[in-house]
Write a protein that binds this ligand. Structure first.
Ligand code: MN
Length: 205
């Protein structure tokens, strides 16, 4: 199997009361696992289609791969973006947030609005735009749509109903508010440092 479910670095219950153990268990062991399984299945089916010279099967399989690999990547980032300790943005990342969005407060309002305004299922994200060399906020639809290639996510918030409904029902705003309590800013800052270095070679050589 090419893809495997990553272990979490914290217990399912450790994000309570912000995110319940029940949600974490279902979300990680069932939902995320389903994307891992689906991504592996899509790769296998593609290999089979090539072997059988059945290239007509590929467009559907490409969509399956994008959706499921998207789900696997998004959740893999999301788990690391969270920590029981929470914290605050600091250092170069905080400065870049202020440069990009005016103030930390304006950033959280913008990100929250992006999360709250998703129509259907999707994610809010803070990403590094590797051609503009700046931070951007966006809405990712489903697991793979509306994200420009070579924008590299630093902070992601799952706004699928499976991520919050057991705890917050329809009150998304309380879920987003709780999310800010458990953001692992050290992880976001580490991604920010890495991505700035990598994105130079990524696009421009
Ligand atoms: Mn999810």
């Amino acid at each position: 199997m090419t893809y495997t479910l990553p272990e979490l670095s914290y217990d399912y219950a450790s994000l309570e009361p912000n995110i319940s153990a029940r949600i974490m268990e279902l979300h990680h062991s069932k939902h995320h696992q389903a994307y891992v399984t689906g991504a592996n299945a899509a790769l296998e089916a593609m290999a089979k289609a090539r072997d059988e010279d059945n290239f007509a099967a590929l467009p559907k399989l490409q969509k399956d791969l994008a959706f499921n690999l998207g789900g696997h990547i998004n959740h893999s980032i999301f788990w690391k973006n969270l920590s029981p300790q929470g914290g605050e943005a600091a250092g170069e990342l905080l400065e870049a947030i202020k440069d990009g969005f005016g103030s930390y407060e304006a950033f959280t309002k913008h990100f929250t609005a992006a999360a709250m305004g998703i129509q259907g299922s999707g994610w809010a994200y803070l990403a590094w735009d590797s051609i503009g060399n700046q931070l951007i906020i966006g809405q990712l639809y489903d697991q793979q749509g509306n994200l420009p290639v070579a924008t590299l996510p630093l902070l992601m918030l799952d706004m699928w109903e499976h991520a919050f409904y057991l705890d917050y029902q329809n009150v998304k705003a309380d879920y987003v508010k709780a999310f800010w309590n458990v953001v692992n800013w050290e992880d976001v800052a580490a991604r920010f440092t890495n991505v700035k270095v990598q994105s130079k070679s990524l696009l421009l050589g």
